[in-house]
Ligand binder design. Structure first.
Ligand SMILES: *[C@@H]1O[C@H](CO)[C@@H](O)[C@H](O)[C@H]1NC(C)=O
Ligand SMILES: *[C@@H]1O[C@H](CO)[C@@H](O)[C@H](O)[C@H]1NC(C)=O
Ligand SMILES: *[C@@H]1O[C@H](CO)[C@@H](O)[C@H](O)[C@H]1NC(C)=O
Length: 539
């Protein structure tokens, strides 16, 4: 526009200059030069005035817009997800852990003390991306294995929705939501870039799962990892994105680390910090500390690039820890892959310098993994957050301390199921074992059934504190989580009316379940490639 204005002005000037000059041409050249100079100065000042007026007007317009809509520019969103990080594996729950960067962010932000996720990876990630409970997506059972199942294409997922709000969108780390066709992969679903792996786990250095190499940059196999430890590969890529990001564009950086999922691997520098502990716990704890350091580096990069003043940073674990692989949920009951609180109550906090009314505090409001999608959209200024989904917009609760918006939470509906309504939790079936039509059970249960249903303390807290619990005795168990957050007392026999009421709510949700998504296992042709490459199914 300003270019046009300038062109119009100079066009005007060109027209007039010759006629003005004509009469003086016959007189002396000195006069002519002075006159020319005068004209040039006039023209230049006219142009400059026009430009100033134009830009001033534009600023006024910009101000007016900001005032009228009262919408500040959308915040940069950095969403960090840790894999299999247990409740007692961060320093603000267990002072033996070394996580200074995370603790600083958590303590100066808002700790979400009752934030729930599904008991396993794929169901949680499916909820994060869609805003639905896993049983409404068809990913409620097991996990996606070698891309045998995929998050259905009928869902319009979070990065696409943020992209529509002009966000730049990047995923760095673990996808684990399918790859049987290219259309299921991150850059076809709304991410501008993808740097990471498709599957659920792999070697931290070779980036292989079994014989299959799985590391990618956008749609290409990336074979320049040079056996680098994945936590630092992902940190470097995240820092790179931040350094190259134009601060005037809102950024969505989804950073689902491989850490701290098994296999247990970390550079010795980090496990040595815990050399007094048994090998599994020392390695696992070192993995947590390495991730903490990487997150510190990402936050520094955000500061340096000037992105931290209008930043919303969320840190979340995708499910509980698994004692067999060094992660613990003490004092909560149960482990990963169980419907106990230890499997489903996530380490979670929100950090922002500018967007939180109540910072340095703790919220005990219920939050569910499905809530992040509408919450992020609301934070981004979207007018379309009242979607007909399971997730509810918690942005005012988080940013302004508004009244709670969620009183009910579905843990998962598999063969077994659990629901929380207010302070009561109803469990159907054995929360420690995955039962029902869609077996088999994975070996997530460490030393067996007792571990899965127990209160298992890490060695650094004191293994004498470990207690092995029994599964609930009846078909349904009931717990009062306000009085009994550790699920020690099944009160179902004392409150049959509450049990009935919660069964009704559970049935309501069970009736909305959709079948497990169809399996389209990797073909022989593809598995022979020994590289994780999408594309063996049509859709
Ligand atoms: C967080 O929840 C636990 C119960 O599981 C409770 O003991 C603790 O006091 C809560 N924290 C705060 C600050 O409310
Ligand atoms: C890495 O990828 C490039 C391009 O795809 C290929 O030319 C090269 O052979 C690969 N190197 C290895 C070690 O696989
Ligand atoms: C669930 O569906 C069953 C059978 O279709 C029906 O009998 C029952 O009333 C439904 N329950 C709820 C709570 O909607």
């Amino acid at each position: 526009m300003s270019q046009d204005t300038r062109d119009a002005r100079s066009g005007n000037a060109k027209k007039h200059v010759p006629t003005l000059l004509k009469p003086y041409q016959e007189e002396n050249t000195m006069k002519l030069k002075i006159q020319t100079l005068f004209v040039v100065i006039t023209v230049v000042s006219l142009v400059v005035t026009a430009v100033i007026l134009y830009s001033f007007n534009k600023q006024l317009h910009f101000f007016a817009l900001r005032l009228s809509s009262r919408s500040p520019s959308p915040p940069h969103i950095v969403f960090i997800v840790a894999d299999d990080l247990g409740w007692s594996d961060v320093s603000w729950h267990n002072p033996n852990m070394i996580t200074p960067n995370l603790e600083k962010l958590a303590r100066s932000g808002l700790i979400l003390n009752y934030s729930y996720v599904a008991p396993r990876c794929s169901p949680t990630r499916a909820s994060l991306m869609t805003g639905y409970y896993p049983h409404r997506i068809g990913l409620q059972y097991q996990v996606i294995n070698h891309g045998d199942r995929s998050l259905p294409l009928s869902f319009d997922i979070l990065p696409r929705k943020l992209k529509n709000l002009v966000y730049a969108t990047h995923i760095v780390g673990k996808w684990h939501l399918g790859l049987c066709s290219w259309k299921h992969t991150p850059t076809f679903r709304g991410f501008d870039s993808f740097f990471g792996y498709y599957s659920g786990r792999e070697d931290y250095y070779t980036h292989k799962i079994g014989k299959i190499y799985d590391f990618n940059f956008n749609t290409k196999v990336y074979n320049d990892t040079q056996q680098q430890y994945s936590t630092f590969l992902f940190r470097d890529r995240a820092v790179d994105i931040i350094q190259q990001h134009n601060p005037s564009v809102p950024l969505f950086l989804y950073l689902p680390f491989q850490a701290v999922h098994g296999t247990l691997q970390v550079p010795p520098k980090y496990s040595n910090m815990y050399s007094h502990l048994n090998r599994n716990r020392a390695t696992y704890s070192g993995m947590v500390t390495a991730m903490d350091e990487a997150i510190g580096d990402v936050v520094s990069a955000l500061e340096k690039r000037g992105l931290s003043d209008n930043l919303l940073l969320v840190f979340l674990s995708d499910n509980g820890g698994r004692p067999l692989k060094g992660g613990y949920n003490w004092p909560l009951r149960g482990i990963k892959n169980t419907l106990w609180e230890g499997g489903t109550r996530a380490v979670n906090f929100v950090y922002s310098k500018t967007l939180l009314k109540d910072s340095s505090s703790v919220s005990n409001h219920l939050m569910n993994a499905a809530d992040w999608l509408p919450t992020f959209l609301a934070a981004a200024g979207s007018k379309h957050v009242d979607l007909d989904i399971d997730g509810v917009n918690q942005w005012d609760v988080i940013s302004k301390g508004a009244q709670p918006v969620r009183s009910e939470h579905v843990y998962n509906i598999e063969g077994r199921a659990a629901i929380r309504v207010g302070k009561y939790k109803l469990i159907k079936g054995d929360p420690g074992f995955q039962l029902g039509e869609h077996q088999p059970v994975f070996d997530f249960i460490g030393r067996g059934r007792r571990t899965a249903n127990g209160w298992i303390a890490p060695e650094d807290i004191g293994s004498e504190k470990t207690r092995f619990g029994k599964p609930i005795a009846k078909r349904y168990g009931l717990f009062n989580l306000h009085e009994d957050p550790l699920e020690e007392h099944d009160i179902s026999e004392d409150f049959p009316d509450i049990v009935e009421k919660l069964i009704g709510r559970l049935h309501h949700h069970m009736n909305l379940s959709v079948p497990y998504v169809k399996s389209t296992p990797m073909t022989k042709e593809y598995s022979r490639l020994n590289v994780m490459i999408p594309g063996w199914c049509d859709e």
